[in-house]
Structures are given as structure tokens and as C-alpha cells.
Design a protein around this ligand. Structure first.
Ligand code: RTP
Ligand code: MG
Length: 147
């Protein structure tokens, strides 16, 4: 069982796509184990995107991710790191496969709605940047017991 960090970016929040995106992860069969609606600080943004420091799009990226509230989450599931990247689609909407979140709802590379960790190492790093261990819950799902 893997964990990954998923974040609906300021454009996804502004466009009212939280429910749509969370719904896709729920319907896929993944398990939500932590969530937080927050404004990303300059310091947190620089930590989150440290790997892109020095790239031409870096300043715009930091400005964008701090421009409004985001919805940060931790999800659990088998092979969730690779599977969630597949659900999200390529960075550029033009290259994202049909049916992916970015293909279905985004138009540009910059405003691409959602972030997902790209490896086990980045998942651990990113989860730690946004959540304390106490904020991540542990539970099992048993749908029939709740109907
Ligand atoms: P993310 O980290 O946000 O989930 O997106 P990603 O893995 O698909 O893309 P990544 O290469 O990590 O880039 C991070 C974010 O930077 C912006 N970007 N702009 N050429 C460009 O103008 C460019 N390349 C990347 C995007 O917002 C991308 O999501
Ligand atoms: Mg990335």
C-alpha cells in the first residue's frame, strides 16, 4: 500500500473542481487519509518546488501556487503514485491523454489544476511538508456496513 500527496492548485479551487477531482479519486477506489484547505506561504511554496529552482518557469510557478487557497490531501492505495499520475495526465493539456484530469479540464501548462507526487521519495517529502503524522488517519473502508 502506497501513500501519495495530491494537491488541487489555486485554479482548481477557483474553478470549483474540488468535488470533481476528489470524486475521481474516491471512485477509483483510493482512500483519503488526510486533507487540508490552506493558503500556501512563500516558504512552503519554495520547499514544495525546490526541485525547480533556477528553471525559467520557477518564479511564475511560485507566484501561481501562492496566489490563492489550495486543497492538499494524502491518499492511500496500491500503486497509487503511478496510478494518480496517470489519472492526472501529462503537464501540458495538449499532451495529456483523453479522460485524464488535465485533458478534461485544463488548457495551459501553467494552470494545470492539480499536483501529484512523482515518486515514493517525493511523496514522503511532500506529505511531510504539509502534514504532521498525527494529521494522517488510519481506517478501513466497508461500504456495505454504512448503507
Ligand atoms: P506538478 O509537479 O505540479 O504535479 O506537475 P508535473 O509534475 O506534471 O510538472 P513538473 O515538471 O513537476 O512542473 C511543475 C509545474 O511547473 C509548471 N511548469 N511550467 N515549461 C513550462 O512552462 C512549465 N513546465 C512546468 C507547471 O505548472 C507544472 O505543473
Ligand atoms: Mg512535478
Amino acid at each position: 500500500m502506497e501513500r501519495t500527496f495530491i494537491m488541487i492548485k489555486p485554479d482548481g479551487v477557483q474553478r470549483g473542481l474540488i468535488g470533481e477531482i476528489v470524486g475521481r479519486f474516491e471512485r477509483k477506489g483510493f482512500r483519503l487519509v488526510a486533507a487540508k484547505f490552506l493558503q500556501v506561504s512563500q516558504e512552503l511554496a519554495e520547499k514544495h518546488y525546490a526541485e525547480h529552482l533556477g528553471k525559467p518557469f520557477y518564479d511564475n510557478l511560485i507566484r501561481f501556487i501562492t496566489s490563492g487557497p489550495v486543497f492538499a490531501m494524502v491518499w492511500e492505495g496500491d500503486r497509487i503514485i503511478a496510478l494518480s499520475r496517470a489519472m492526472i495526465g501529462k503537464t501540458d493539456a495538449l499532451e495529456a491523454a483523453p479522460g485524464t484530469i488535465r485533458s478534461d479540464f485544463s488548457v495551459t501548462t501553467r494552470l494545470n489544476l492539480i499536483h501529484g507526487s512523482d515518486s515514493a521519495e517525493s511523496a514522503a517529502y511532500e506529505i511531510g511538508n504539509y502534514f504532521t503524522p498525527e494529521e494522517i488517519v488510519s481506517y478501513t473502508k466497508n461500504i456495505e456496513a454504512w448503507i
